[in-house]
Design a protein around this ligand. Structure first.
Ligand code: ADE
Ligand code: ZN
Length: 335
């Protein structure tokens, strides 16, 4: 619940999976509308499953719940609900992840996914004062050939993409296998990001940079284990999109008080904070800001610095970056 939006800066959301914004109530509503049988009795029974041992445990529920998404309208409803909630929490720019393969693999047309999500970004975000971009992520635990087919289909369909990403179960699935996919994306003029160093080792972050040409690393918290990698990330000012509540809920860190965020800032890393899968991890972007403020005692200046890093990492024009920076500076000055 939002108690005081003034206590969190106007922000940029660069790491949120649209399917991870699918709230339990909407799951029930869409299941009813689409006559989808769910493997739980009711809302309470569903909510009881939101305690996770690790990333693969969470992903099992995340993918299972997608069964209720059938039509372009379903994808649009989910996207609109997210944008409305984000706006209330002070989000001014969103680069939204979507997992097209997860839907195509269960028989949903690629057009329904793209038309629904991109359509809602186009018709709802401007009225909320939010600028947006869409990033199609590929599932690293499925074959790279399948990812290549989906990317070719997205390009052939003229999908309005800002970029591509890499997500899903990390350990045992190093980024290197997706070199050809990311090379094609680069050729097509798309931006490139990749999840790495969430549960997986620093070697995966190196691969994401060197083989995929990733311009941002999603999570990257395990980078601290490798001083040479930290040096590289600092030297090249590589942005890391860190998701504090996610890291706790997926047990990548023991609790928020033990989160490496302050150490990452001390080491000069370009860290910004984000929400990952807010419907599953206990909070949206403003909730993440509030949670780290409480647990780590961050000052208003430090929150503004995190928010500014988000703007610096965003794939926006210099003019839009200047507007977003100005909003953050005004917020800091008003404190
Ligand atoms: N897909 C959705 N959330 C994810 C996460 N935290 N890590 C990897 N893949 C994901
Ligand atoms: Zn993520």
């Amino acid at each position: 619940m939002i108690t005081d939006p003034g206590r969190t800066p106007p922000s940029v959301e660069l790491h949120v999976h649209v399917e991870g914004t699918l709230e339990p109530e909407l799951i029930m509503e869409l299941a009813g509308r689409n006559h989808v049988e769910l493997p739980f009795r009711d809302l309470d029974d569903l909510r009881a499953r939101y305690a996770f041992d690790d990333l693969p445990h969470f992903l099992a529920l995340y993918y299972a719940n997608m069964a209720v998404l059938r039509t372009a309208d379903d994808f649009a409803a989910m996207t609109r609900a997210y944008l409305e909630r984000a706006a209330v929490g002070g989000v001014r720019h969103v680069e939204l992840f979507v997992d097209p393969q997860a839907h195509v693999a269960r028989g949903v047309a690629l057009e329904a996914v793209v038309d629904g999500v991109a359509g809602a970004l186009g018709d709802t975000a401007p009225g909320l004062g939010i600028t947006t971009g869409l990033i199609a992520c590929f599932l690293r635990d499925r074959p790279a050939d399948e990812a290549l087919d989906v990317l070719r289909a997205l390009l052939a369909a003229g999908a309005p993409l800002l970029g591509v990403g890499l997500d899903s179960a990390e350990v045992g699935h190093p980024p290197g296998a997706f070199g050809e996919v990311f090379a094609l994306a680069a050729e097509a003029g798309l931006r490139r990001v990749a999840h790495a160093g969430e549960e997986g080792p620093p070697a995966y972050v190196w691969e994401a940079l060197d083989v995929l040409g990733a311009e941002r690393i999603d999570h990257g918290i395990r980078s601290l284990e490798d001083p040479a990698l930290v040096e590289r990330l600092v030297r090249d000012a590589v942005p890391l999109t860190v998701c504090p509540l996610s890291n706790v809920r997926l047990r990548c860190v023991d609790d928020l008080g033990a989160h490496p965020l302050p150490e990452m800032l001390r080491r000069g890393l370009r860290v910004s904070i984000h929400s990952d899968d807010p419907a599953y991890f206990g909070g949206y972007l403003d909730d993440n800001y509030r949670a780290v403020t409480a647990a780590l005692g961050l000052s208003r200046d430090e929150l503004a610095r995190l928010a500014r890093h988000g703007v610096d990492a965003a794939f926006v024009s210099p003019a839009r970056a200047a507007e977003l920076h100005a909003g953050i500076d005004a917020w800091r000055g008003a404190g």
